[in-house]
Design a protein around this ligand. Structure first.
Ligand code: UD1
Ligand code: UDP
Length: 373
């Protein structure tokens, strides 16, 4: 008998980290895979669906401009519950810690459906950093029947919360599957990532820093500091910053006000996944508050400076390929200048290091779902 697996996601990073699993489940006759997107994100989600070739069976189209957490969560619970009632899945899969993932797990729990949590056990141990993700993933961790932890560190965090040990499996992180898949696609078809050529020509001879920033806990202060740091870094004539700006209006208004018109800063629209992989490849340093970029940059051998006070992904920091720099402008500028000017400091951080998986994570999760009752 085939098992129906309902895979739920709604944002760019969830789509990136779940498309390898959707592909792997779809290629296995033991499963009927049904994808449901909340479309908590719209344009940024559709970019990933297009490159991954996924047409969701259900699309709730929930994104609203500058949406609130409570309005979004209410709509998610109702919408996802209806899809579960229509599909009667054997398993519900959610990834990470977004509002979509938490609501998907909760709606499944209300129906006593088993939940498989991909990227389980990440913990900062501070409920406001990242906010609201730390609590979202703790809620999912309470509900899930199958916990796919990317590393031994995340598995240990779950055991410390008394999650039953036989439900926790160290699978790696599907982000590495996704990165390997997209890298192979770009190699076969370089045109998929050639759209930065004009920018690369404009900044020829300069040292590129790739930037992303979107964290909700940085709204009201933190983002202004980050913008100020970028302005000061961009004053160096040997440097150029390429910054695909998150479409959240709270991010855009701060960055536009502080950075528009600076010759060494390219504020651009969000890149699709092949082009973002290309941006990491041409960057000397990644400066980010993103979760996923903390995993991808070390995998590609690029130092990553993380604009957070704490991280639920300590593996890169422990290995020395990632560094927490917070959101203080002076600190960010000092740390970037050290990497630019101190060759030893740079080469200590710039080595390929991959604690997050071997690219076989989706296959492992498929086997776990296949063997689960
Ligand atoms: C969400 C997740 C966060 C994740 C991030 C990845 C929650 C609570 N937050 O945060 O965990 O790290 O996605 O990017 O689940 N917007 C667009 N187009 C898009 C996407 C967003 O215009 O394609 C704008 C909309 O105005 C939207 C706003 O961004 O209301 C915020 O989107 P939302 O998903 O609520 O929060 P993020 O900050 O993106
Ligand atoms: N990313 C992308 N285009 C961009 C910026 C990021 O494809 O312009 C990818 C990046 O490679 C990573 C993911 O989006 O896989 C990270 O998403 P985001 O920073 O929005 O969320 P987080 O990981 O912080 O939850």
């Amino acid at each position: 008998m085939t098992k129906t697996v309902l895979v739920i996601f709604g944002t760019r990073p969830e789509a990136i980290k779940l498309f390898p699993l959707v592909h792997a489940l779809g290629a296995d006759a033991r499963f009927r895979v049904v994808t449901c997107v909340s479309a908590q994100h719209r344009g940024m989600l559709d970019q990933v669906l297009a490159i991954a070739g996924i047409t969701p069976e259900h699309d709730l189209d929930l994104m609203k401009p500058d949406q609130t957490l409570d309005g979004l969560t209410a709509a998610l619970l109702t919408g996802l519950g209806k899809v579960m009632d229509a599909e009667s899945p054997d398993w519900v899969v959610v990834q990470g810690d977004t509002a979509t993932a938490m609501s998907g797990a909760l709606a499944a729990y209300y129906r006593k459906l088993p939940v498989c949590h991909v990227e389980a056990g990440l913990r900062s141990h501070d409920i406001y950093q990242p906010w609201p993700e730390e609590v979202n993933r703790k809620i999912i961790g309470t509900i899930a029947a199958l916990h796919c932890a990317p590393t031994e560190t995340s598995a240990a965090a779950l055991r410390a919360e008394n999650v039953a040990a036989d439900t926790i499996h160290v699978t790696g992180n599907t982000v590495i599957d996704a990165l390997q898949w997209v890298s192979a696609r770009i190699e076969a078809e370089p045109g998929l990532a050639s759209g930065l050529a004009e920018l690369e020509a404009r900044f020829a001879g300069k040292r590129i820093i790739g930037v992303t920033s979107h964290r909700r806990e940085n709204f009201g202060g933190g983002l202004e500091n980050i913008a100020e740091a970028i302005r000061r870094i961009a004053a160096r004539p040997d440097v150029a910053l390429i910054f695909p700006v998150h479409p959240n209006p709270n991010v855009r208004k701060v960055m536009d006000a502080a950075l528009a018109g600076l010759p060494n800063v390219a504020m651009i629209e969000p890149l699709d996944y092949p082009h973002f992989a290309r941006l990491i490849a041409i960057s000397e340093i990644m400066l980010t508050d993103s979760g996923g970029v903390q995993e991808e940059a070390p995998a590609l051998g690029k130092p990553v400076l993380v604009m957070r006070e704490t991280t639920e992904r300590p593996e890169g920091v422990v290995a020395g390929t990632a560094k927490l720099v917070g959101t203080d402008a002076d600190t960010i500028v000092t740390e970037i200048f050290t990497l630019l000017d101190d060759k030893a400091a740079y080469s200590a951080m710039a080595r390929a290091h991959n604690p997050f998986g071997d690219g076989q994570t989706a296959r492992r999760i498929v086997e776990l779902l296949g063997n689960a009752s």
